[in-house]
Structure formats: structure tokens, C-alpha cells
Write a protein that binds this ligand. Structure first.
Ligand code: ADP
Length: 271
């Protein structure tokens, strides 16, 4: 059994100017003897789009999964919107969070996966309304209006009454993005959202994400293998290598003039 970490070195909450929307502070994640994240420090500012690239197995998806609280971290603290994600303050100390606190923190984060996982028995519109009505308790009429707006934004208004099985992969992914946005997250996570798609429909999904970047002040963290897309869309690109950030820079710099040999090797291999 692992010894509990002393968390007194971590602030109970982040305050002051320029509090990042997401902060990983010395986060370690292990599976048995395999270290997947090694004392990771990563900040994402409000409204920033950060893309994570790197070899398979370097820990990219784990970063997103720990943010979704799908994986427990072994060391360190993750802050979202200034507050610890899985801990809360009690008597001046950080203690494991209650279910209620965790639910509130989770609601700040939306995620889209490679496999869209829409509810198959519901229409596109019902998929978008489900969370707002049943989890957030928003009146149906209001949830419907907002969902219709979001489906319009992702170019799916005319398909709102279709079930997922009648939609193409690209269309399902666009509904999945609208559904995640309907929960009004402060942070959106995208994990390889174009990997399962046919090449000809990838553009319709990347265009939706482009719109989110230009029109919404959302904080976004994206894992992708599409280097061209990462280059176009990101404010910052982080190259992961063995659970650490090997190099991070604005895309023009990271792709145009990588400093690390490992980054250079990776980029020349994926081109
Ligand atoms: P990436 O997204 O960069 O491909 P991941 O974050 O998915 O990498 O995985 C990082 C490492 O963690 C890989 O070596 C993977 O095999 C391992 N891993 C992921 N999930 C588990 C798990 N549930 N149990 C054991 N090992 C895991």
C-alpha cells in the first residue's frame, strides 16, 4: 500500500491574478511499476487551446482521463478553475473530496472521445437535452432552445430528429460536441476526435473545433495525431515523451524550429 502523500505543500486554492483554468502540479500517475505521468506541471490559461502530441503510450490520453476524474492520480494536485479537482479544504487542509464536491468540479469539464458514445435510442436533439434537463435541472423549453442553437452551430440543425444510427461518423461527432457544450463546461477536452472518422468527413469536425476556438472563450485541451490541425488551431503545443513534457511552444515554433532532438525525430516520423 502506497503511503499517503503530504499535501500541505499545495495551496488550498489558487488566487490572485492570472489563475490558470487548469493546473497540473507535480502530478504523478502510475500503474503498478509503470509510471505514466512523471511529476507533470502543466497550466492551461482561460481561453487557451493547448494541444498535446507525442508517441503512442506517452501519457497523452491519461492527462485527459485524470481531468475527467476517470483515473485517480498517485501524487500531486490538479486544479480546475482555481480549485483542487479531487480534494477539498477541511480545517485548513486538503482532504479527499466528497461526492457532491466532485460532481460540481466534474461539471466544469466536457469531453469528446474518439468514439462518440451518443445515446442510441435518442435523437440528436434529445442527446443534447438529456444532461441539461436531468443533471443540471434546466427546464425542458430552455434546454431545447439551447440545444437547438448548439446543433445549428455544429451544422446539424436539419438532423436534430435523427437517431445516431442514421448519421455518419462525422455527423455523430458533431452532435457529440454539441452535447458536451450543452452542459456549459468551462474546459473542453478532445481526445483523438477525428481518429475513427473517414478522411472525407474529418474536415467537418475540425471546422467545428475551429469555430469554437474563434467564437467561444472556452479553454480547450486536445490530443491529436493530426499535426496540420494542431499547427493551425493551437495557441500552444506540448510534445509528450514518456509521461513528461519534452518541449512546449507556440505551434510555429514547435513545428518550425523544434529544440529537442526527440521532438524533431517524432515530427519527421509522422510527416
Ligand atoms: P497515449 O495517449 O499517449 O497513447 P496513454 O495515456 O493512453 O498514452 O497511456 C500511457 C501508458 O499507460 C501506456 O503505456 C498504456 O499502456 C498505459 N495504461 C493506460 N491505461 C492503463 C491501465 N488501465 N492499466 C495499465 N496501464 C495502462
Amino acid at each position: 500500500m502506497e503511503q499517503a502523500e503530504d499535501l500541505s505543500q499545495y495551496p488550498l486554492e489558487l488566487t490572485g491574478k492570472n489563475v490558470p483554468m487548469v493546473r497540473f502540479k507535480k502530478v504523478a500517475k502510475r500503474y503498478g511499476s509503470l509510471t505514466v505521468l512523471e511529476h507533470l506541471d502543466l497550466d492551461v490559461a482561460e481561453g487557451e487551446m493547448v494541444t498535446i502530441i507525442g508517441p503512442s503510450g506517452s501519457g497523452k490520453t491519461t492527462v485527459l482521463r485524470t481531468l475527467m476524474t476517470l483515473e485517480r492520480i498517485n501524487e500531486g494536485v490538479i486544479y480546475v478553475d482555481g480549485k483542487p479537482l479531487t480534494h477539498m479544504e477541511k480545517d485548513g487542509k486538503l482532504v479527499p473530496a466528497s461526492q457532491k464536491y466532485l460532481r460540481a468540479m466534474r461539471s466544469k469539464i466536457g469531453m469528446c472521445f474518439q468514439h462518440f458514445n451518443l445515446f442510441p435510442h435518442m435523437t440528436a436533439l434529445e442527446n443534447c437535452m438529456e444532461g441539461p434537463v436531468h443533471v443540471l435541472g434546466i427546464p425542458r423549453k430552455q434546454a431545447r432552445e439551447r440545444s437547438e442553437e448548439l446543433l445549428e452551430m455544429v451544422g446539424m440543425a436539419d438532423k436534430r430528429d435523427q437517431h445516431p444510427s442514421r448519421l455518419s461518423g462525422g455527423q455523430q461527432q458533431r452532435v457529440a460536441i454539441a452535447r458536451a457544450l450543452a452542459m456549459r463546461p468551462k474546459v473542453m477536452l478532445f481526445d483523438e476526435v477525428t481518429s475513427a472518422l473517414d478522411p472525407e468527413v474529418i474536415g467537418e469536425v475540425t471546422n467545428v473545433i475551429r469555430r469554437l476556438v474563434s467564437d467561444y472563450n472556452l479553454t480547450m485541451l486536445m490530443v491529436t495525431h493530426q499535426m496540420g490541425f494542431a499547427r493551425d488551431i493551437s495557441d500552444r503545443v506540448c510534445f509528450f515523451y514518456r509521461g513528461r513534457i519534452e518541449e512546449q511552444a507556440p505551434p510555429s515554433e514547435l513545428f518550425g524550429d523544434p529544440k529537442s532532438d526527440r521532438t524533431r525525430q517524432f515530427l519527421s516520423a509522422v510527416k
